[in-house]
Design a protein around this ligand. Structure first.
Ligand code: NCD
Ligand code: ZN
Length: 376
């Protein structure tokens, strides 16, 4: 990574190895055509989430989807979509086997967008004989990665999470879902599948950060989003609930954001970039029950540069987090391709796909500034 300072204009330019994003929702049709070029300009590869309707659960579907993504990359940039299969209670291990080096994504049923087909009871992950258990064994034996949406919907037994007592099977508060998963579910998965490579996606809590500090390494890593680094719950609630800052996992209170910042900026090799850019049409965000997820891909790498700069970590730690750590974990080839960023603020001016009221998307930071700019 190279930082150049022009003292006459006080502008700074960063050249860094082209990054990798481990978490993108590109959807289908017009949204896909909008989002894929945004990603291809900023990332040399990105992991594509499988929570379509219906979810991607077969090799055939995965290959078709990959082809559509390739065709939507009209930028002329080389871009590798890293495809994933959606783990259901019935996902056929044979399909996983067919899918070469690709990963599998775990969704807890009912806890996020299009998760109705997710695993109903996490116990299936360590119960011998279940389909999910077979899938995890296959992943472990072939060196493929299980990506976790690390949340539980229900308390395992009489547990106290963050001071709240829950009885067995009681619904958990959304702010307690990841802490419960970190204590009750992730250790059991690791015990049952010690050889399995696991990525905890979009780590969002201090309990998650603590778990990673202790256990992160060659087989266990995590991604962190820019919204979890740049925001805390006050931003989501300021003046009223803000649907365009609503994701799962939820953005937590300040002490959690600080724990994530500390983990992220300590330069661990098992922590990397994963945006969880998750566009939804405006009409389903501004609705009686707001769809969770927001578009961030329009400023994908710029927002991370802003976070690293704010916390004095805009040095080799930034390039490792953005370009090297996930590439090493997922076994991607190194690259000579670079991107360039300059610290010239720009305003996110408009919504996307605004010609069609059914598709219009409100991006993260609409009407506000982003401090770094991609040089194209
Ligand atoms: C994602 C989506 O919209 O598909 N939403 C979100 O809030 N993150 C699903 C997910 O990754 O949980
Ligand atoms: Zn996601």
């Amino acid at each position: 990574m190279k930082i150049t300072i022009d003292t006459s204009t006080n502008s700074r330019t960063i050249e860094l190895k082209k990054p990798v994003c481990t978490h993108q929702h590109v959807r289908t049709e017009a949204t896909l055509e909008l989002v894929v070029p945004m990603i291809a300009r900023r990332f040399r590869a990105a992991i594509i989430m499988p929570n379509l309707k219906p979810p991607v659960t077969t090799f055939t579907h995965l290959e078709q989807y990959k082809e559509i993504i390739h065709r939507a990359n009209t930028t002329g940039h080389l871009f590798t979509p890293m495809m994933t299969l959606y783990l259901t209670d019935n996902l056929n291990p044979g399909e996983v086997d067919l899918c070469g080096h690709h990963a599998v994504k775990y969704y807890p049923r009912g806890l996020t967008t299009n998760s109705a087909d997710g695993v109903e009871n996490p116990q299936a992950l360590w119960s011998k004989g279940s389909k999910p258990h077979q899938v995890l064994r296959l992943l472990a034996s072939t060196g493929k990665v299980l990506i976790l949406h690390a949340a539980d919907g229900f308390a395992r037994e009489g547990v106290i999470v963050r001071g709240t007592q829950y009885h067995a099977d009681e619904e958990l508060d959304p702010y307690d879902q990841e802490p419960h998963f970190m204590r009750e579910t992730l250790p059991r998965i690791i015990d049952a599948h010690p050889e399995l490579k696991i990525e905890v996606a979009h780590l969002s809590t201090k309990e998650g950060a603590e778990f990673m500090q202790k256990n992160g390494g060659k087989r266990l890593g995590c991604s962190i989003t820019c919204h979890h680094l740049l925001n805390d719950r006050r931003d989501v609630m300021r003046g009223g609930f803000r649907p365009h800052l609503d994701w799962r996992p939820v953005i937590q209170p300040k002490d959690n954001t600080q724990a994530l910042q500390e983990l992220c900026f300590s330069g661990h090799p098992f922590v990397w970039l994963g945006m969880d850019s998750a566009p939804h049409p405006r009409k389903v965000k501004e609705a009686a029950c707001c769809a969770t997820g927001v578009l961030t891909a329009h400023a994908g790498i710029e927002l991370y540069a802003e976070a690293f700069e704010t916390f004095g970590a805009l040095d080799q730690r930034f390039e490792n987090f953005a370009s090297n750590n996930a590439a090493n974990f997922y076994g991607l080839a190194d690259t000579d391709t670079t991107i360039t960023l300059v610290n010239k603020p720009w305003k996110v001016r408009g919504s996307y796909l605004s010609g069609n009221p059914d598709e219009e998307i409100i991006p993260y930071r609409l009407g506000e500034e982003v401090l770094w700019r991609l040089v194209e």
